[in-house]
Ligand binder design. Structure first.
Ligand SMILES: Cc1ncc(C[n+]2csc(CCOP(=O)(O)OP(=O)(O)O)c2C)c(N)n1
Ligand SMILES: [Mg+2]
Length: 334
């Protein structure tokens, strides 16, 4: 493990990975109890997200997640988890957190966030704002036209964007062998005229290193990088999925042997940085963070206007009718 990270950074990364996994488990149970909607576990991809975020500066750099990453972006503050849990219980914008957090809401509509990221990076370039934009998307999302349009434009405009393709081997039940005939997802960078890098997405230190290099390059005015972070989806696609129907048990078992949290914990232990006491404390503070997020989310007043505000500067006729209809319905049921 060669790295420029301090021991403190390494420990913070491990604690964040533990928090993400714990949150994933807790949200799974809450969904099973009918207390939140569908959610996507992060299991297996903690290192991809945490390692990448560690290379960013929350004061200048933006993150655009897909739908798994918000569980592991604590580097941007506890508000990210609070907002995610609020979103999971039905607040469309995650509860109006007034603090300026440079993390976009989760994105379900595959690959659209990649276009938003390039637009944002272009705006930053035009305004001479220092910083970069990092966007996460899955191997499945890379089959969308939006990915190719965004990548092409980023290459031409030389904008400060970092594309992180989280290759967890699956897009619901579609394996990567059926997703692309390319040699790798990183190879697609050639078509955009930008560098493409493949990295072990189950190693947070390796992740940090490649994102840091991509960030330096972007800040230098040399444009975008495509990073393929190779991991394995250890859990179900979402709470609505049964992966035992399509993932070979032996393959999953092999991947579990490379569980990023177990592997990183061992590395830290070997360096004398981790022990069972710290492990216990990390789990306790993870539980506290989730309790706090749950308290935040469940104490928010439900505002039906959330569904309609901020969609367009001026509501359309259809939105006005839908809003009136919802208000009438809520009025008649309350
Ligand atoms: C535009 C669009 N098409 C289809 C879907 C349905 N869908 C939801 S998740 C998913 C698979 C995405 O796979 P990947 O990008 O690899 O992300 P992962 O779930 O593996 O993290 C699909 C097809 C969607 N949400 N949006
Ligand atoms: Mg995938």
């Amino acid at each position: 493990m060669v790295s420029t990270l301090s021991n403190e950074d390494l420990l913070a990364m491990h604690c964040e990975m533990i928090k993400a996994r714990t949150a994933s488990d807790r949200l799974w149970s809450l969904q099973r109890q009918g207390r939140i909607g569908t959610i996507a576990p992060i299991d297996g991809q903690e290192a991809t997200t945490v390692g990448a975020a560690q290379a960013l500066d929350p004061l200048t750099d933006w993150v655009l997640p897909q739908y798994r990453e918000p569980l592991a972006l604590g580097r941007y503050g506890p508000e990210v988890l609070n907002r995610f849990v609020a979103w999971a219980i039905g607040h469309p914008d995650g509860g109006h957190i007034p603090e300026p957090i440079r993390v976009f809401p989760p994105q379900i509509s595959l690959a659209t966030q990649i276009l938003h990221a390039v637009g944002l990076a272009w705006a930053m370039k035009l305004r001479n704002e220092r910083g970069v934009v990092l966007v996460f998307f899955g191997d499945g999302s890379s089959s969308e036209g939006d990915f190719y349009e965004a990548g092409n434009l980023a290459g031409v405009l030389k904008v400060p964007v970092i594309f992180v393709c989280a290759n967890n081997q699956w897009a619901i039940s579609t394996p990567t062998t059926k997703q692309t005939a390319a040699a790798s997802f990183a190879a697609k960078a050639d078509a955009f005229g930008i560098p493409g890098v493949t990295v072990d997405g189950m190693d947070p230190v390796a992740m940090h290193e490649v994102v840091q290099a991509a960030r330096d390059r972007a800040l230098d005015g040399r444009g975008a990088t495509l990073i393929e972070a190779v991991s394995y989806r250890l859990g179900a696609h979402t709470t609505a999925d049964d992966p035992t129907r399509y993932i070979p048990a032996a393959e999953l078992e092999e991947a579990r042997q490379r569980d990023p949290i177990v592997m990183f914990g061992r590395q830290l232990e070997d360096r004398g940085l981790w022990n069972s006491e710290l492990e216990h404390d990390a789990h306790a503070s993870a539980e506290q963070a989730i309790d706090a997020a749950w308290a935040f989310a469940t104490n928010l007043p439900l505002r039906q206007s959330d569904l309609f505000d901020h969609v367009f500067a001026q509501p359309t006729q259809r939105q006005r009718l839908e809003r009136a209809s919802l208000e009438a319905h809520l009025g008649s049921t309350s």
